[in-house]
Structures are given as C-alpha cells and as structure tokens.
Design a binder for this molecule. Structure first.
Ligand code: FDP
Length: 342
C-alpha cells in the first residue's frame, strides 16, 4: 500500500535526513553521508530479495537459474555481495569485515581507500529465512586507526566507544532502516511502491515502563544460577514487583527492534554449551548496543559495559544483555550476587 500523506505533515526521506544531519558538522566531507546512503540502497536490494525468498526454489528449479538466467544464490551470500559491491570502489572505506568472511575484506588494489571502516552482518537471523520470520542487516562504522593505505586488522578491532555510526535494516512485515550517528536513533519505513525509506520513527527512546523480556528459555537448564534467578525476577518472582511478557523470535535484530519500540531486555548469556556466548561482538553486539544506548538504554556482558571491551578477534563472541537500563543493571546484580566474578 502506498504511503498516505496527511495534509500539513512533513515527509522526510532517508537521503534528506542524512544530509540534514551532515550540516551539524561543518567539516564533514560527505563521505559518511554517502556511505550511509549506500547502505540504505543495499537494504532496498536485499529487501526485494528477502520478500521473494520463498520463490527462489520455484524460480531456480530448472538447473538453479532464475528467470533472468542468473544463478540462484542463498540470501546471505546475496546480501554479502550486495553490501560489498556497493562499497568496494567508492574511496570511502579503508577495509571491511563481515560475518560471512573469515578474514578482513581488503579494498581491491585498483580502487582508492578512505577513512572509514565498515563492519556488518549481512543477514542476521538467517536460520529463520525458511520460516518467513523477520531477518535483518546490521552495520557499524568506525574511523580507521592506521594513517593510510589498505586498512588492517588494527582498524577493525575497535571498541564500542569508537563507533561513528551504526544501524540495522529489519526485513519484516515492512522493511525498516534504523540508524544513529550519535545524535539519537531514527527509524525509516520503506515504501515499496516508490522505493524510498521515509522517516516514520524520529528520535526513538526506549519506553518506560518496559514490556518484554527476550531470551531463549529453552536453554534455561544450561544457564548459571544468577541468570536463572534473573529470569525468574523478570517473570515476577525473586522479590520482583511486576512481571514482563516473554517474546522471543530468535532473530536478534527483530527481538531488539521490538524491545526498542516497546521497552524491554534481550539477553543471550553464556551457558554450558556456549561458554563465551553466541553473539558476535564487533558486528552484532557493538552496533546494537550503540543504538540502544543512544535510545536511553544500556548494554552489558552481564559484568560490565559492552562498549568497554577491547576486541582481539574479528569474530569474537560475547554474552549480551541489552535494553532498558534498570533491567540490564538488574542482570549485572544477579550475576554478581550468584555467579561471582567467573
Ligand atoms: P542466527 O543463528 O539465525 O543467525 O546471531 C545469530 C542469531 O541468529 C541471532 O540473530 C539470534 O538472536 C540467535 O542467533 C538465535 O540463537 P538461538 O537459536 O540459539 O536462540
């Protein structure tokens, strides 16, 4: 359905919004603005594929080629290539890093390099695709650390305090682009009839009181005592004065997106099977933490801020508790009380 325009209402496209933000920084060269805009374009391309996901087998049933004669790709490979190809030649990036690639992704020698570093998870929650459940793209942008030339691992291994911009695109019942450059969190909804992201959620703040807690409670028997008791507290036990509703999609972007708009906490702790946690620090936990903190919340490992961790590996994992500050701090309290400093 096309966007309804109410008389007197302002319509802001994502392009206009990003450009307006740039005017707050008189020294800005436009490089970050263009980088964000290219990520939004990638989001539109990936969105058009995710909504056709169920057709891939039908269109590709004869020799794995679609009607255009192109090879049918898995969606996460398509998302990876789309983001890479929109950004490898622009001269804005020193280096990239992705969930889909084992090593850092250098800018090819034939193209110039720039001052930014792009880390991304092209399709988070991809195990849900076959079930028509929301998935998404996450990204974090840093400034390079090295002076010049091709970027290195040193440029990629940066703390959450160094994020310049971060965001995600959630491919759900509608497609939304949510981003922050450190000046609040802004959400745009894709109008597919005109192919534009339009500002639908300006200056998002986490609602209080919060409504939801989100965790894979199927793993409860593998959790520490502190996390089990914390979960009971969220449900209204352990001396709590209220209870929250459980919502768990199993697609981190979609779970955190819902909690950003409804208030709540998402957590994926360590457990006996994943002693370091499951989620990836650099391109999952750090960008989502940056956004939630920009919206007034807090993100923790359960023992301290996510943003204080110095990454040592591209694909490093971390436990994550993220959402309304009081809920995340409560997790830290339970863990400190019952699990000690382990
Ligand atoms: P997925 O494996 O489908 O890519 O980051 C990985 C992730 O999804 C998150 O999006 C999601 O929150 C989590 O893993 C789900 O893990 P569980 O199935 O173990 O709950």
């Amino acid at each position: 359905m096309a966007t309804r325009i109410r008389p007197g209402s302002r319509i802001t496209t994502i392009e206009r919004h990003i450009m307006d933000k740039q005017t707050d920084f008189p020294d800005a060269t436009g490089s970050l603005t263009n980088l964000l805009y290219d990520i939004a374009v990638a989001g539109k391309l990936i969105s058009s594929h995710t909504t056709r996901a169920g057709l891939a087998d039908i269109l590709g049933s004869t020799g794995q080629e679609n009607v255009q004669g192109e090879e049918v790709q898995k969606l996460d490979v398509y998302a990876q290539q789309t983001i890479y190809q929109l950004n490898d030649h622009t001269g804005r990036l020193a280096v990239m890093g992705s969930e889909e690639e084992e090593n850092i992704i250098p800018i090819p020698d034939k193209y110039p390099t720039g001052k930014y570093v792009l880390l991304f998870d092209p399709l988070d929650g991809s195990s849900n695709i076959d079930f028509n459940v929301s998935v998404g793209t996450i990204f974090a942008i840093f400034k390079r650390k090295t002076e010049s030339g091709r970027g290195t691992l040193e440029d990629v291994l940066q703390k959450g305090t160094e994020v310049v911009a971060a965001g995600y695109i959630v491919y759900g019942s509608s497609t939304m682009f949510v981003y922050s450059t450190g000046d609040g969190v802004h959400g745009f909804t894709l109008d597919p009839t005109i192919g534009e992201f339009l500002l639908s959620h300006p200056d998002i703040r986490l609602p209080d009181p919060p409504k939801y807690y989100s965790a894979n409670q199927g793993y409860q028997s593998r959790w520490s005592e502190g996390i089990q008791r914390y979960t009971r507290w969220l449900r209204g036990e352990e001396g709590a004065t209220r209870s929250l509703s459980l919502r768990y999609i199993g697609s981190m972007i979609a779970d955190i997106h819902r909690n950003l708009l409804g208030g709540g906490v998402f957590y994926y702790p360590t457990d006996s099977k994943v002693p370091k946690g499951k989620l990836r620090l650099l391109y999952e936990a750090i960008p989502m933490s940056f956004l939630i903190e920009q919206a007034g919340g807090y993100a923790s490992t359960g023992q301290g801020p996510i943003r204080d961790i110095q990454p040592t590996k591209l694909h490093q994992r971390t436990p994550l508790f993220v959402g309304n500050r009081e809920l995340v701090e409560k997790a830290e309290e339970f863990i400190a009380k019952y699990d000690g400093a382990s």
